[in-house]
Design a protein around this ligand. Structure first.
Ligand code: KG4
Ligand code: ZN
Length: 348
């Protein structure tokens, strides 16, 4: 089965052609990071406008790179949520238009479910049942995945997402945007135990996360209460490295602890990791170490499929299409967490 995937849920305009969920023939990603950098975060209206300007070229490039044409497609897949409404609407409109004009069926993909299963793109088998950790700018979630079409959410953040914490701490330290990759790099020269930032625990929901306290602790550390630098500009390179390394350890450790707790709780000894923050080197290292020590199989999503991309959308859509779960042309975008509205069986 050959599928054209389209992804526009946040600030990456992406299109990909994937055969049988694994053979990625093309994966074009046009990032808008430069447009949002000066605002320190994604501006929804700017994102939607940039998607409109780029979507046609990105789809054309994905088809060209793959050496295929629309005629070759078995289905058109698109992210229907969660995400920014205006941004989603652009991808959805493109996919629905192509579907209507070509007569190819439409598949609606949940962005988070695509992150959940993204590690399988480069495996030669489906890695389920599994515990999946999805860590991105908008989400910090643990899923129990028995059926990849119905991942069960068993843990999530109570406030900020972990990627958001990386971005906000980088802003506090004047390091630039997006913060994740910059903190990852800066932290390499630092001592992760230099500062004892709090590692949150939620007693009544042991698989949940909280990141707002950690962000506040870094702010106090920089601007006052305790060590009073007053401003990030007064920090030396060593201090910056120690602060970022210590923050990163406090951000990453609960992800690893909760994931292995989910393994214990469910008895499922296989872990998948996806989402933008899955690119973090400290997280990859700590997870590899702990999973090896505890004899748990770990599948880290390859870096190119960690941050938002349409290959994971087309790959996940392959499963939905094989299960006959197609969407109707009245499909609408969805901002928050819930089941895809348009995903219903063609035969029902
Ligand atoms: O999955 P993604 O591309 O978009 C969302 O769906 O949110 O994730 C983007 C997030 C940003 O917060 C970015 O700072 C973070 O992933 N990120 C990282 C790294 N690379 C990207 N965070 C930590 N370390 C990294 N190396
Ligand atoms: Zn994402």
């Amino acid at each position: 089965m050959i599928i054209l995937g389209i992804e526009t849920s946040c600030d990456e305009t992406s299109a990909a052609v994937v055969v049988d969920g694994r053979d990625v023939r093309s994966n074009v990603v046009s990032s808008q990071v430069d447009l949002h950098a000066r605002y320190g975060g994604v501006v929804p209206e700017i994102a939607a406008r940039a998607h409109i300007e780029r979507i046609d070229d990105v789809i054309a490039a994905a088809l060209e790179d793959s050496g295929t044409s629309l005629d070759d497609m078995d289905a058109i897949a698109v992210t229907e949520g969660p995400g920014l409404i205006g941004a989603l609407l652009v991808g959805l409109t493109a996919a629905k238009t192509i579907s209507a004009l070509s007569g190819k069926p439409l598949v609606a993909v949940d962005h988070l479910h695509a992150h959940v299963t993204s590690a399988s793109i480069t495996l030669d088998h489906d890695p389920f049942p599994a515990i999946a950790l999805v860590v991105s700018g908008g989400h910090t979630s643990i899923y129990h995945v028995q059926d990849p079409l119905e991942p069960q959410l068993i843990g999530q953040t109570r406030d900020d997402a972990v990627g958001e914490a990386f971005d906000k701490v980088a802003a506090v330290l004047d390091l630039g945007y997006p913060g994740g990759p910059i903190i990852d790099k800066t932290a390499r020269d630092g001592d992760p135990k230099a500062i004892n930032f709090p590692i949150s625990r939620i007693d009544d929901r042991p698989l949940d996360f909280s990141y707002s306290g950690l962000k506040t602790a870094v702010m106090y550390h920089v601007f006052g209460h305790g060590e009073k630098y007053g401003s990030a500009s007064k920090l030396s390179a060593t201090q910056l490295a120690d602060i970022t390394a210590s923050f990163q350890r406090a951000a990453v450790k609960p992800l690893v602890d909760r994931t292995l707790r989910a393994v214990e709780q469910t008895g499922v000894r296989r872990v998948l990791v996806g989402g933008g923050v899955a690119a973090n080197s400290a997280l990859r290292e700590m997870l590899t170490e702990r999973c090896t020590a505890e004899d748990v199989t770990l599948h880290l999503t390859p870096m190119r499929y960690c941050t938002d991309n349409a290959a994971m959308i087309a790959a996940h859509a392959d499963r939905l299409a094989r299960a006959d779960r197609f969407a109707e042309l009245d499909l609408t975008p969805r901002a928050g967490l819930r089941r895809p509205r348009g995903a219903k069986s063609k035969s029902s």
